[in-house]
Ligand binder design. Structure first.
Ligand SMILES: C[S@@+](CC[C@H](N)C(=O)[O-])C[C@H]1O[C@@H](n2cnc3c(N)ncnc32)[C@H](O)[C@@H]1O
Length: 221
């Protein structure tokens, strides 16, 4: 499918799929959405609840895409080691990643280039406390059990990929989380929320990023 680079409302770039009229990030602002949904409500929430700050936290992203969430997580100032699994069955090209240019936006082009040029299917240490493992596979083939503290659920929306918001997806996501683990997503669709609850999650509706009323945080209690 054709992909094109677009500008979003906060000045950061994203990718649009014209055939679907679907973007990789909020049209209101890619950067502000990523900071709010994934960093503020996912990463910071989890770090604040950690008993031992030296114990590694394990994050999985459904939809590595441009690497914006991975980049912001790698740059987040913490002493806690982070293991980041970025899954994507249809990775962006290096050229597309350079065209959205989050390295320039986030003032670390070296880190952004390393993120996109490092090997897939193996852990690679990008900073003193951030290790990434990029996996080129379909979400439906993930079968980890009690492995992750946080899931960044950043799939395309239910309008274009309804299967990714169904009960079986959230059952697998639930199983892959450690106790107390959380799943965060920009999506606040009622059916997706009900599927999360049926899968066992306790779900909170939170204020969304600018331009979006709500988002969801689902907890494995
Ligand atoms: C909304 S975009 C992710 C945006 C990304 N988090 C970012 O910051 O750029 C959704 C991603 O899911 C990937 N994807 C779509 N269907 C998939 C599937 N069935 N399995 C794995 N990856 C899939 C796409 O290639 C795309 O990169």
């Amino acid at each position: 499918m054709k992909r094109e680079i677009i500008d979003t409302g906060d000045g950061s770039k994203s990718i649009n799929i014209p055939e679907w009229k679907e973007q990789y990030h909020s049209k209101h602002g890619a950067l502000q959405e990523a900071l709010h949904v994934f960093i503020e409500m996912g990463l910071k929430d989890t770090l604040s609840r950690k008993q031992d700050p030296k114990e590694t936290i394990s994050i999985i992203e459904y939809g590595l895409g441009t690497g914006l969430n991975a980049m912001l997580t790698a740059q987040f100032l913490t002493d806690t080691p982070i293991h980041y699994t970025g899954v994507d069955a249809y990775p962006v090209t290096y050229e597309e990643a350079m065209a959205v240019n989050y390295g320039e936006l986030l003032k670390d082009e070296t880190l952004y280039k390393k993120l996109h040029s490092c090997e897939w299917e193996q852990p690679v240490k990008l900073t003193s406390n951030f290790t990434i493992e990029k996996l080129e596979k379909k979400f439906k083939n993930l079968d980890d059990i009690a492995t992750y503290d946080v899931i960044y659920y950043d799939c395309f929306g239910p309008r274009v990929q309804p299967d990714l918001w169904k009960l079986d997806m959230f059952q697998a996501a639930y199983a892959s989380l450690k106790p107390e683990g959380v799943l965060v997503t920009y999506c606040a669709q009622g059916q997706a929320r009900r599927n999360m609850i049926e899968a066992g999650f306790t779900v909170e509706k939170l204020v969304g990023p600018p331009g979006k009323r709500e988002m969801l945080r689902a907890r494995k209690l």
